[in-house]
Design a protein. Sequence first.
Lengths: 222, 262
Amino acid sequence: MTILRIEHLGRSAGDVTLVDDISVDVQAGEVLAVVGPSGAGKSSFLRLLNRLDEPTAGTVWLDGVDYRQIPPRELRRKVGMVTQRAFLFPGTVYDNVGYGPRQRGDAISEARAEELLARVGLSGYAGRNVANLSGGEAQRVSLARALANVPLVLLLDEPTSALDAEAKAQVEGLMGDIIRDAGLTCVVVTHDFAQASRLATRVMMLQRGRAMRIGPAEMLHA
Amino acid sequence: MLNRLFTDPLRLGLAQALAAAIVAFAVVLVARGQKIHLERDTAIALVRGLVQIIAVGSVLVLLLHSSRWLGAPALAAMIVAAGITSARRAKGVPGSLRVSTTAIACGAGTVIAVMTRLGVIDRAITTLIPVGSMLIANAMNTNGLALNRFRADVLAHVGEIETALALGAGSRESVGPYVQESFEASLIPAIDSLRSLGIVWIPGLMAGMLLSGSRPIYAAIYQFVVLAMIFAASGLTSLVSTLLIRDQAFTDAEQLRLSSTA
């Protein structure tokens, strides 16, 4: 079942074309890795998928609905995002995990927060101040925070590139397990081909904003 | 020394202005030694300030002998000029001119109107214009500080703001902490003026009232009244300004559209 239909999507800023006529379908439970060199438009593409930026051409269909018909807040709850840096809000881990549900007026229960934290390997961290977390721990909290909204699609923008090698391996392994266990639909931006082949089922190679190739993850080994 | 050299009041005034400008520029030259370049802006501001205040002085001479009904249009013109000036402090913020002018009109305009109605500000043009201009000028400074702080804070926290948006927060919630900080920071000068009144600072209005023969206690109380009005006008201006600019920073689809360029 197609959960995300990306149709002739494009974005230009002034004379610069950031994303150029990309069309691709993402099936439920599929992990699409977007790879390419620096400046290829990977992050610009991803930011269009939750409408943090406005496309100048084309559109995205989320579960059969043109995403411009969905109120932006609701869309962003359905299409969650984890970025390169965690950008945790001041306060406790619990405050951060409950941030998304609070925006729609729901307080997250301690049990639910603990369940999400257990999924990212941070059991017992709910009461900790985020100022005292390591980079890897912070990124895992940001993953739990995104999952708290129960998204239909999860966007991961270079989620491990700001981490050291040890934390990177831990977080990547954890993400892989969570994605597989929950059957999450994901779009992962990475410049790391090895990471793409470990996480993804399909790969889209971008260059100068254009999708040059789309195919199974195995094509990275070719 | 200067008053011995110049007996004509106009020449004495110009000589005093030149001396004050030289001192101000000396500070700029000291700053230049620290690679802080304010020469051009300061030179333009000094010349412009002198020309403007002489022009205003000339207009005031005319106004003082004119109908009291000219007071309101004169104050309205000042509000527009103040809006244009302080909007420049928010380069890259869409709609900053409209926000600034509206905020100053709401803040200073409301306080002037209410206080004039209550009889705190005399309707005579000789009082209305000088006191009104004090409120407008301070509202302008507060507005400029608020917009400048908001812009700087938002640009420094794009990651946090977009993270909040990506988690389903509304645009207003995502910049809430920066609206609050801009409001508080913009009122620091007005609060400090009130705190230091009479201890660090004996304002010109009180000195002027004393020189013109008012009773010292009344002059002192009225100075407090003016500062309290300035605080009220500044506070209301900053509140309106930060609440309006909060919405201007985003598109209808709640995308951050503030840029670091003009």
